[in-house]
Design a protein around this ligand. Structure first.
Ligand code: NAP
Length: 298
């Protein structure tokens, strides 16, 4: 029997693991892929406090699992397929079944891909899914933003303050973003809107140098930001806890979900700002409160 089982080994899950095990809880993290999470796809991270030299996402995350293990946290590479709550939680993976007194779900969210040629190949080399993370690297450069929803338009506005020019490329001739956001976009001189086009291909040597649109028109750009929706990785808990209209897990300030003893941390929870530092903070909050929950029951 574990005190706490954490599902997901991104910044939220690993931070939970560090806090929970250091506080003396018997803790295990289950992760189906390699520990590190989405940030390992980022070519550079420089906005995590204390990181005074730019690092790659992989380099930045490399010691987090060891830090958790140092305090006794187990990190096991298994895919969870079911969570059940009886007296305790039962966590079923493709290989085993485990029991725990509390659970922290930290499975994050995954940006949807737009589907153009070179999208995967150039991710982290000019193709990005996070303007706050990567926008700064495009100071006075030219970028393309793909999408027509709130995120695409809000991020295009954000990028317009950093980049020299922003092409906003949308597949239809109408945006679905809020009218007030649309108005701001229409009134921003360095955003050029391109309707009824998709990106067919990205090209460049080491980094992105341009894109080819569905009409075969070529645009020279230094970066491509893709905002075509997010998939919240809520499959394991969607029938157990309350979600908001976008499928994000509702939590209180303790990161407690609507099911007692089940906590959520990081990008899976509602109102997440989807930043590593915030996910790590959530992880600590969830771990501390999971321990309080266990102590209350004993
Ligand atoms: P979204 O509203 O689903 O918009 C996705 C956009 O990407 C749509 O314009 C869609 O085009 C386009 N798209 C989808 N697949 C594509 C593809 N393969 N190639 C090119 N374009 C593609 O996603 P979101 O903007 O991430 O927002 C998600 C939810 O969060 C929404 O409900 C949104 O209102 C909400 N949100 C709210 C705020 C806020 O209130 N401030 C901020 C951010 C997000 P079509 O329009 O043609 O379908």
């Amino acid at each position: 029997m574990y005190d706490i089982i954490i599902i997901g080994a991104g910044p939220a899950g690993l931070s939970s693991g560090i806090y929970a095990s250091r506080l003396g809880a018997k803790t295990m993290i289950l992760e189906k892929l390699t520990p590190g999470g989405q940030i390992t796809l980022s070519s550079e991270i420089e906005n995590y406090p204390g990181i005074c030299e730019v690092k790659s996402g992989i380099e930045f995350m490399s010691c987090w699992p060891n830090q958790a293990k140092k305090f006794g946290c187990e990190i096991v590479s298994e895919e969870v397929i079911e969570i059940k709550k009886e007296k305790y939680f039962k966590i079923k993976t493709t290989k085993h079944e485990y029991s725990s007194k509390a659970v922290i779900i930290a499975t994050g969210s995954t940006p949807k891909k737009a589907g153009f040629d070179g999208e995967l190949e150039y991710t982290g080399r000019g193709v990005s899914y996070c303007a706050v993370c990567d926008g700064f690297f495009y100071k006075n450069k030219i970028v393309a933003v793909i999408g027509g929803g709130d995120t695409a338009l809000e991020e295009a506005l954000y990028l317009s303050k950093i980049a020299k020019k922003v092409y906003l490329i949308h597949r239809r001739d109408k945006f679905r973003a809020a009218p007030s956001t649309q108005k701001k976009v229409f009134n921003t001189p360095n955003i050029e809107i391109i309707f009824k086009e998709t990106v067919k291909k990205v090209f460049g040597k080491e980094f992105v140098e341009g894109i080819i649109l569905s009409s075969n028109k070529e645009l020279k750009v230094d970066g491509v930001f893709v905002f075509v929706g997010m998939k919240v990785n809520n499959e394991l808990v969607k029938n157990l806890v309350k979600l908001n209209e976008w499928g994000e897990v509702k939590v209180n300030l303790d990161m407690q979900t609507s099911l007692d003893g089940l906590f959520a941390a990081g990008d899976i929870r509602e109102n997440s700002v989807k930043q590593v530092v915030a996910a790590a903070g959530d992880g600590a909050v969830a771990a501390i409160n999971a321990i309080k929950y266990i102590e209350k029951g004993e």
